[in-house]
Design a protein around this ligand. Sequence first.
Ligand SMILES: [Zn+2]
Length: 129
Amino acid sequence: MVKLPDERPFRARARQRERGFTLVELLVCLAIIGILISLAAPNLRAAGESAQRTGCESNQRLIRQELVQFQLVQRRAPTGTSGEILQELVDAGLLDSRPKCPAGGDYEIRQDAGGQWKVSCSVHGALGE
Ligand SMILES: [Zn+2]
């Protein structure tokens, strides 16, 4: 069987060829998107960790300030475990609720020999002292 030449005008043939992407074009696009995501992911994660650390630091600073405030108002130091001390600050109306580390850490509160309050996080350690 003899193949007849394509009688359609050139533009019609060209339009049919341009109807979609070829497999190679799609793979190149996916590879470029993959490279961009792999470049952006570490930066996004680092920014998230930095934000959590900043939030934790401000919580620790707030707890230390409210511990001093508690002593000034109540004329005694809050006692008990770290959780009980935080609850005392909430019960005294100094904190709206028990602060939580954005990364899920627990706060440990203790008083050093000089009477200075030390607050640290089980994830981030002591920040902003
Ligand atoms: Zn923390």
